[in-house]
Design a protein around this ligand. Structure first.
Ligand SMILES: [Zn+2]
Length: 122
């Protein structure tokens, strides 16, 4: 069964994915820079770190790490979706092999599975 997506729509998904990758790359870079800045030694002061401040900073770093993980994951998914576009397997559920609903692809152009399979695994 070849439910290939019309070229015009493929171009739309490609554009959406490319933009997503560009946005995620920018965000990831900013977060990495921030993490690097935070990690830098706060030279010049011998005062012991205030526990509360430290706790806040650590939770912020934790959050940044989590965001970075999500961004990296999304970035990988978007890149994989672009590869599927090139390979002609884009829009096909990896679990059941059926076409993924257009509405789902519009919302999540990097979706690997149809709504049914996605909810079955969650
Ligand atoms: Zn499916």
């Amino acid at each position: 069964m070849n439910r290939s997506i019309p070229a015009r729509e493929r171009a739309g998904y490609r554009q959406a994915l490319t933009q997503l990758i560009a946005r995620l790359s920018g965000t990831a870079t900013a977060l990495e820079e921030e993490a690097a800045l935070r990690g830098a030694a706060p030279g010049g002061t011998d005062a012991p770190a205030h526990e509360a401040d430290r706790a806040v900073r650590e939770s912020e770093e934790e959050l940044a790490r989590t965001l970075l993980g999500n961004e990296a994951h999304l970035l990988a998914e978007a890149s994989a979706a672009l590869e599927r576009l090139s390979a002609g397997t884009f829009g096909v559920c990896e679990a059941c092999g059926k076409a993924i609903a257009k509405a789902r692809l519009h919302a999540l152009p990097y979706a690997r599975t149809c709504t049914k399979c996605a909810s079955a695994t969650n």
